[in-house]
Design a binder for this molecule. Structure first.
Ligand code: CA
Length: 227
């Protein structure tokens, strides 16, 4: 049974989530503030955390940071905050995904299952050598990309970006994370670099670069690789 920790101070929403999650065979625990969330996360080792950002005792971002000190458990943020700045802060603190309230229960459950699946796949994927899609293959050890029977030549920067995205399939990676990792600490706001390099990667890898199937933009937030 998948254990989910619901961190939310709105009792009606907690009740609705509990009913829906239990109906789908999740084992549900809930916390209504940040300090009990941190305590339960440590004591019960949930498989996934659903986290509201607006909590009575602390900002949900602090809960993300606290959990990330010791755990890679997937954290799906639920929030009424709509600005991309809030979403980016949550992702940069280590959240895995973000759902804006009001949300559809079906979408939430789909994202939750995806987060759990990615986590389950995460350990063996350290060993993954070959990532195969219908259009191209990436050999992570040989650092080689093939498409339509030919090698695709990537620059070191293109390769670095691609490598980060494909080793976290399905996961939304923030612009800032990518910039810091590929270009370095003084480049965190150079989002135009990302646009340029992602466009180059799409031209090299996507059948229809204007309508990418694998290298997906989440506007204002970041990018994800859909394998
Ligand atoms: Ca709240």
């Amino acid at each position: 049974m998948t254990r989910v920790l619901v961190v939310e101070d709105d009792p009606q929403l907690v009740r609705a989530l509990r009913i829906n999650l239990q109906a789908r065979k999740f084992d549900v625990e809930s916390a209504t503030d940040g300090s009990s969330a941190l305590r339960l996360a440590a004591a019960r080792k949930p498989d996934v955390i659903l986290l509201d950002l607006g909590l009575p005792d602390m900002d949900g971002i602090e809960v993300i940071k606290g959990v990330r000190d010791w755990s890679r458990v997937p954290i799906l943020v639920l929030s009424a905050r709509h600005t991309s700045e809030d979403k980016i802060r949550a992702l940069d603190a280590g959240a895995d995904d973000y759902v804006t309230k009001p949300f559809s229960m079906d979408e939430l459950l789909a994202r939750l299952r995806a987060a759990v699946r990615r986590q389950e796949a995460a350990e063996p994927s350290q060993e993954t050598v070959l990532v195969t899609t219908e259009d191209f293959t990436v050999d992570l050890v040989a650092k080689r990309v093939r498409r339509g029977g030919r090698d695709v030549r990537l620059t070191p920067t293109e390769w670095h970006l691609l490598e980060i995205l494909i080793t976290h399939p399905g996961r939304l990676i923030s612009q800032r994370q990518l910039l810091l990792e590929v270009w370095g600490p003084t480049y965190g706001d150079k989002t135009n670099y990302l646009r340029v390099y992602m466009a180059q990667l799409r031209r090299k890898l996507e059948a229809d670069p204007a309508h990418p199937r694998y290298l997906i933009t989440e506007p204002g937030m970041g990018y994800r690789f859909e394998g």
